[in-house]
Design a protein around this ligand. Structure first.
Ligand code: AMP
Length: 365
């Protein structure tokens, strides 16, 4: 099939790398293509451009997206002409943190306590109700820890309000989580759902640095709890494709932080670590093909390369290391690649993982 992708970053690149062996071709709508330049046709325009959307609809059989800030109106306009998966409604629910949390709670998926903050008075009221510390986030367009600030004492309130520049916001109770997890799930055309094992994620300054799959000490009960949450979201939306649900583990409980209606950084390990990768299963889902198995053998770890990358030869000299560079120019804070390692046991992974992390940390900026 001819697959159209809104966005042309590394997620689009890995979708194409998974979809091309299945016989599909790709057209990306991306104003500044880097990662997807050589992987198909590029319409170098933004999703705000009506003529470009028309051109995309003319050129493809199905449309998907690889970033969640696609204008909902654009996704809906496309959906009137060509199938769009996941459904535009998933974007509508995920783009605003307040809408998202209300949606999740209505489905019985617990989230951190929160309050809507429209002005400085509202922030004071939120601090009163939720207590401190809290975390103040813009409702829209925040990612990788951007557009958010931690309020530790009452003295921080003015600074926090200034930091988010008075934009519509959400205050969230600061969760003293045991660890951060995510569940990657895929739903096919027939409504069948499959999940990969839960992943433990470690962030630095709000940016994902390391994913461990399966999450160490994962119990069947925790896996079932997370899968239940993901399934409710997928079924409620009549979803087709891959969805990621980011979770805070607090003891035996799981609180949903946010959902991403797309393939996700914490699922990159599935390329080498699972029977079918998140990218291949997303492509299978949106093209109406049967889903592939999500089982994994052994353990995997994924290390993000941030800002710049080490000498590829040094990384490839590490046994078990699989390098993925995204074709992006180095720039501080940017995700420019990742490395996945896979082994039969966590013990066998420890030494090569430590080597890759040291190389990645030394190059990061
Ligand atoms: P987000 O952009 O919402 O994914 O947040 C980025 C990171 O900030 C998360 O991965 C957590 O490490 C941290 N964080 C976000 N929300 C909270 C919260 N309510 N309590 C504690 N930490 C949080």
């Amino acid at each position: 099939m001819r697959i159209g992708v809104l966005g042309g970053g590394q997620l689009g690149r890995m979708l194409a790398l998974a979809g091309m062996p299945l016989g599909h071709t790709f057209t990306f709508l991306e104003p500044a293509p880097e990662s997807t330049r050589d992987l198909g046709r590029v319409i170098a325009a933004s999703a705000e451009d009506a003529a470009a959307l028309d051109a995309l609809a003319d050129a493809v059989d199905v449309v998907t997206y690889e970033f969640e800030n696609v204008p909902v109106a654009a996704a809906r306009a496309l959906a009137a002409r060509v199938p769009v998966h996941p459904p535009p409604e998933a974007l509508a629910q995920a783009q605003d943190r307040v809408v998202e949390k209300r949606f999740l709670r209505a489905l019985g998926v617990p989230t951190p306590d929160f309050a809507v903050v429209d002005d400085r008075v509202g922030l004071a009221a939120a601090a009163e109700r939720l207590g401190l510390p809290l975390i103040l986030k813009t409702r829209r367009f925040g990612y990788d820890g951007k557009g958010q600030v931690v309020v530790r004492t009452a003295d921080d309130l003015d600074g926090a309000w200034a930091a988010i520049a008075g934009r519509p916001a959400i205050a969230e109770a600061f969760v003293a989580f045991t660890r951060e997890l995510s569940v990657l799930a895929v739903r096919g055309h027939d409504g069948g759902v499959a999940c990969w094992p839960l992943v433990e994620n470690r962030h630095v300054a709000g940016v994902l640095r390391l994913s461990l799959a399966p999450a160490p000490d994962l119990t069947p009960a925790l896996q079932a709890l997370a899968e239940g949450h993901a399934r409710r979201v997928l079924d409620a939306l009549g979803y087709v494709g891959v969805l990621a649900l980011e979770l805070f583990q607090v003891g035996d409980a799981l609180l949903a932080n946010e959902m991403a209606p797309r393939v996700h950084n914490s699922g990159h390990w599935t390329i080498e670590g699972a029977a079918t990768s998140q990218f291949e299963n997303h492509v299978r889902a949106v093209t109406g093909a049967p889903l592939g198995a999500t089982t994994m053998h052994g353990v995997a770890a994924m290390v993000n390369l941030i800002g710049a990358w080490p000498d590829p030869a040094a990384l490839l000299a590490v046994p078990r290391a699989h390098l993925h560079l995204y074709g992006k120019a180095p720039r501080p804070g940017r995700k420019v690649g990742h490395v996945t390692l896979r082994a039969g046991t966590a013990a066998a992974l420890a030494e090569p993982l430590a080597r890759v992390r040291a190389l990645a940390d030394a190059a990061a900026c």
